[in-house]
Design a protein around this ligand. Structure first.
Ligand code: FE2
Length: 379
């Protein structure tokens, strides 16, 4: 059965969530790749995954194959991971190079994406390629921005300026010094669920004390607040989420530098539409980037940061390891849940689910963001 996004009813969505078909239909996925993942600001990776000049990281998202590079000027650049000759893929896995050479016909590119040389471009001649012939054959650049160490891109090039897009959240997080973030670990996950179920689950505070009972008690989530920041950003806040938890060690990791008194005990987490999931604790930050690969396949990168550079001292190694293990355990539990949910949430009966006023309103907002973008693309 074909599903038409124009016929999805907003009221129905408020009560039951998006219809089951949108979590598995191929035609929906194809549409999302353009209407959501090319039109909007989407995240790809953490900048600290590329610490040195010449670091390269290939990332596929939706129907795009991209390459992140740290250039000679130390800034992050993003390009299509496609040779300008016959569109061969350039880089398969993370690496460090000064010159990027296409494996197909050895066209070579500089770190700024410009074409450096193409062997025997003029056939049987010693003449090197002219500047004029090189000029229009550089790698295709992608509009990008880095915020909270997260690399965002806008493939279409015509989304609103990134500063405008992120402003409501940037202002809310003004009291946090994101320059102090230091990557503790980064872990890749593979899920057989639709990408929207992963986002939906991250914005579901209701499940946390039940699915992750080893980490969170029911009492500690009772004062959850919903945060509706813009047409692209929603989240949740536990005003005493961090201070409610008993310290697991005598020497806890230090919190963000210059943290205000009101934020010392606060935990909050955000979904930045479509695929960026950010959790902010006083002493650590968790970034999950969800990348759709197919209607029922998504990959995730989970990056854990220390909020304060002092946390990277040797004396804190056991605490960092324990933190990373605990957060990865939680994510593994979610991945196992999502893989099973993919089957039940896409059954026809799933349309008869009942969302709850007290807990599910951020999920409802996420579903509406999706619907609005998809319907707008239909014209
Ligand atoms: Fe969870």
């Amino acid at each position: 059965m074909k599903i038409d996004v124009k016929n999805i009813d907003v009221e129905q969505t408020q009560q039951h969530g998006l219809p089951p078909e949108v979590f598995k239909a191929t035609e929906i996925f194809d549409k999302e790749c353009d209407a959501v993942f090319r039109q909007g600001w989407v995240s790809l990776a953490s900048a600290q995954q590329l610490p040195e000049v010449g670091d390269m990281l290939p990332v596929k998202i939706g129907n795009a194959s991209l390459l992140i590079m740290r250039g000679a000027d130390d800034t992050i650049g993003v390009f299509h991971n496609i040779c300008r000759h016959k569109a061969a893929p350039l880089v398969d896995s993370a690496c460090r190079k000064r010159v990027l050479v296409c494996p197909y016909h050895r066209w070579a590119y500089n770190l700024d994406g410009s074409l450096r040389a193409a062997p025997k471009y003029y056939g049987d001649s010693e003449q090197p390629m002219s500047a004029q012939d090189k000029a229009d054959k550089g790698l295709l650049p992608v509009r990008s921005a880095v915020w909270w160490d997260t690399i965002f891109v806008n493939l279409s090039g015509d989304a609103e300026p990134f500063e405008e897009f992120i402003r409501p959240l940037d202002q809310l997080l003004e009291g946090y010094d994101s320059d102090g973030l230091r990557m503790i670990s980064t872990t890749e996950y593979q899920s057989s669920a639709n990408w929207k179920l992963a986002v939906d689950n991250f914005l579901d505070g209701y499940h946390v004390p039940f699915v992750h009972s080893q980490a969170v008690t029911l009492d500690s989530v009772m004062n959850q607040e919903d945060l509706f920041l813009s047409d692209n950003i929603a989240g949740l806040r536990l005003p005493t989420g961090a201070s409610d938890k008993p310290a697991k060690t005598d020497k806890p990791l230090p919190h963000f530098r210059h943290l205000t008194e009101e934020n010392v005990g606060t935990q909050q987490w955000f979904g930045i539409f479509p695929n960026t999931l950010l959790f902010v604790d006083p002493v650590w930050v968790q970034l999950i980037i969800v990348r759709p690969e197919a209607p029922t396949a998504a990959s995730e990168t989970l990056t854990i940061y220390a909020a304060n550079p002092e946390s990277m001292a040797d004396e804190f190694a056991p605490q960092r390891e324990a933190l990373s293990a605990a957060l990865n355990e939680v994510n593994q539990q979610d991945i196992e849940l999502l893989d099973k949910l993919q089957f039940t949430r896409t059954a026809p009966e799933a349309s008869q689910g009942h969302l709850v006023q007290a807990w599910d309103q951020v999920n409802v907002r996420f579903h509406q963001m999706w619907l609005q973008k998809m319907q707008a693309a239909e014209g």
